[in-house]
Design a protein around this ligand. Structure first.
Ligand code: ASP
Length: 334
């Protein structure tokens, strides 16, 4: 039996960093070098490797991801059982979330990378890459949406977060935990996320600037106005707790919500935004009544990307509200 084929797209990141100089490593290794470092891959899949970008992940852009989505869809249409993307870990959760929103494939699409670069003792990149390819050829992984594989765990794009700077166990999924794991080379899937909420965004659409601001103790919220002056077309405010801000910050957020969509997420990074618990100036009920849109259980980074994609798709206020509400409803129609 011929082995299934997997398209591997290298984007850069620590997994591809080498050349340890005076100031550390930088993106250097192409897709071929990453594959050659893991001979065990030859027993799992036939690999089509392509160096798509060679970037530190903070430099990955939405147009890069749209181009990558086109390439993944083309590879799957040409017969690949799945796709693996090697990517820097710093923004991996964001790239995974964008791809999960826009890809029109059922085949497994798996992002992976490394916390320890190849010049360090115990680099995790090779083991992560091997696991990612195992998942990409795993038939039950079809229809799971985009996943992140790190440190022997499988995370759904909608939940995954990088929560540590250097520990190989840096990735976690809030609220439900990883959707699976690997043991002795076997893939285990513990649960399947619900509907995927895919968006139709033209692949050549211009990125729309959306600001992500954090509400903090003692701040007067002047950045909110500055963001509008600077041309941001939407704002995501990471509010305190379940959706709160000082009354004077709430006033500025409400004013902004009269001009652009303003979404409230939680600066805690985890848990669902409240909707009906508190009743003070600047509480969640006040902010919602004054036009803000709740992010549901999406964290600020993901809410910002969702709002960006919706604006790129030309969504109006009602469509934006419906799209965010869909994350809380069991059977979204958008
Ligand atoms: N430290 C990063 C990484 O883990 C660098 C990056 O995100 O490109 O890959």
């Amino acid at each position: 039996m011929p082995l299934p084929s997997v398209a591997v797209f290298a984007m850069g990141g620590t997994i591809a960093m080498a050349g340890r100089g005076e100031h550390g490593v930088k993106p250097s290794l192409d897709a071929g070098a990453l594959i050659d470092a893991v001979p065990q891959l030859a027993d799992v899949a036939s690999i089509e490797a392509r160096t798509f970008r060679l970037l530190p992940s903070p430099e990955v852009t939405i147009p890069d991801l749209f181009a990558l989505a086109d390439a993944i869809e083309a590879a799957v249409a040409a017969g690949a059982a799945g796709a693996v993307i090697t990517h820097g870990t710093d923004t991996m959760e964001e790239s995974a979330f964008v791809l999960d929103r826009i890809l029109a494939v059922d085949a497994p699409v798996v992002l992976t990378g490394a916390m320890r670069n190849p010049t360090m003792a115990g680099p995790d990149g090779p083991a992560n890459l091997l696991n990612a390819v195992r998942l990409a050829v795993h038939e039950p992984a079809r229809g799971l949406g985009v996943t992140v594989v790190m440190n022997d765990e499988i995370h759904a794009a909608r939940f995954v977060q990088k929560g540590e700077t250097s520990n190989p166990a840096a990735f976690r999924s809030f609220p439900p935990g990883p959707l699976g794991w690997f043991a002795e080379g076997a893939v285990r899937i513990a649960y399947r996320p619900g509907s995927r909420h895919a968006l139709a965004v033209a692949r050549d659409a211009e990125p729309v600037p959306v600001a992500l601001l954090t509400v903090t103790l003692g701040d007067d919220g002047r950045l909110i106005e500055r963001a509008l002056d600077a041309g941001y077309r939407g704002i995501v405010a990471e509010c305190t707790g379940g959706g709160h801000a000082a009354g004077w910050v709430a006033d500025r957020l409400a004013e902004a919500a009269g001009r652009v969509p303003v979404v409230m997420a939680s600066r805690t990074g985890a848990g669902e935004m409240l909707r009906r618990t508190y009743d003070f100036r600047g509480s969640e009920t006040d902010l919602l009544a004054r036009g803000l849109i709740g992010a549901g259980w999406l964290d600020g980074l993901k809410a910002r990307l969702l709002l960006t994609l919706l604006l790129m798709a030309g969504a109006d206020d009602a469509a934006i509200r419906a799209a965010f509400a869909a994350w809380l409803d069991p059977d979204p129609a958008v």
